[in-house]
Design a protein around this ligand. Structure first.
Ligand code: SF4
Ligand code: ZN
Length: 316
């Protein structure tokens, strides 16, 4: 029996990608255009980037971050983009290969590239913090320290280079997991942390944007593969210590999405419809300032999470 390859629903070419959430088949070219178009729509809808904006992108060297770099350099003037890699400082996980690759990708696209590390910015590598934390019996996972410190460094680096926006490569899978975690914890303030463009609740806080928020992880993986971006050479050894609630939700959401394609997209659409109704952070006042370091901190806190972690672990 002669099998006929399905056609791309857009151009009629040879179909290569089945997009389960739309039930459509796309060729490679139309698949890539679809990703760029959906990112463009999100940027436009939430006014994430305006002409003249200087955007600092957090580029870890993973597939999502290369997709962010590639798509933003197609949609925004590359000379107004800066890529930043932050090296956490973990033995055997020094991001050397990823830094070389990122450097190449940035050069090809005319994007400036800078790097820094936890050690340079905070005074401790992640590994040093983790080993001191375990000596002191501090329970938090390395990923918690890592996330808090990376967010801080991205923000301080943005101020240093004069960027007025920071962009991260969170995809739809990441966002829907975070949304569920925050709903389950009943955390109203964090609920809006995944807003496509964070409000400027403190003068030292640079606005954060999340252009890939409506792109599935399998789509970023395929886009990266089609573009020959190469996958991360090594995994962070702390990955197995990730917080368990998120890991459980991740498994649950994957299984649910497989059974009912489009579920994650619909979940984020519900979130978006809440955002569209009113400025959700409208009644939140300015964020407090940390009394130790002068950086912004969360509501109800005197000392920011970064200072808390360092104080708990080092006693300073
Ligand atoms: Fe950081 Fe955790 Fe990712 Fe390692 S696995 S890079 S500690 S967030
Ligand atoms: Zn502080």
């Amino acid at each position: 029996m002669l099998m006929v390859a399905p056609k791309c629903y857009k151009c009629g070419g040879v179909g290569q990608v089945y997009q389960a959430h739309t039930g459509r088949v796309l060729c490679k070219k139309c698949f890539e255009e679809d990703i760029v178009e959906r990112v463009r729509e999100q940027i436009k809808k939430y006014n994430m980037i305006e002409s003249g904006d200087l955007v600092l992108m957090g580029i870890s060297g993973g597939k999502d971050s290369f997709v962010l770099l590639d798509v933003l350099s197609k949609l925004h003037n590359p000379s107004n983009l800066i890529a930043l890699t932050i090296v956490e400082g973990v033995t055997g996980y020094n991001r050397r290969i990823e830094i070389e690759r990122t450097e190449e990708h940035c050069m090809e696209r005319g994007v400036k590239y800078i790097t820094t590390s936890f050690k340079e910015e905070i005074g401790y590598s992640l590994e040093e913090l983790v080993s001191q934390a375990s000596r002191k019996g501090v329970k938090e996972s390395p990923c918690t320290f890592c996330g808090v410190l990376r967010r801080r460094i991205l923000n301080t680096m943005a101020r240093r280079v004069g960027a007025n926006k920071t962009a991260t490569a969170h995809n739809l899978d990441d966002e829907s997991q975070t949304l569920l975690v925050n709903v389950l914890r009943g955390d109203y303030n964090r609920f809006f942390r995944i807003h496509p463009m964070s409000p400027r609740l403190h003068e030292m806080l640079v606005r954060r944007i999340r252009p890939l928020r409506k792109i599935y992880e399998w789509e970023t993986a395929l886009y990266a593969y089609f573009n020959g971006f190469g996958f991360q050479a090594y995994e962070c050894p702390y990955i197995t210590l990730r917080p368990t609630l998120r890991a459980k939700l991740r498994r649950f959401l994957y299984a649910y999405e497989e059974k009912k394609p489009g579920s994650l997209m619909r979940m984020m659409d519900v979130y978006d419809s809440l955002l569209d109704k009113k400025r959700p952070w409208g009644d939140l006042g300015e964020l407090p300032t940390c009394i130790k370091c002068g950086e912004p901190t969360s509501y109800g806190r005197d000392i920011c999470k970064v200072c808390e972690i360092i104080e708990k672990i080092t006693g300073v």
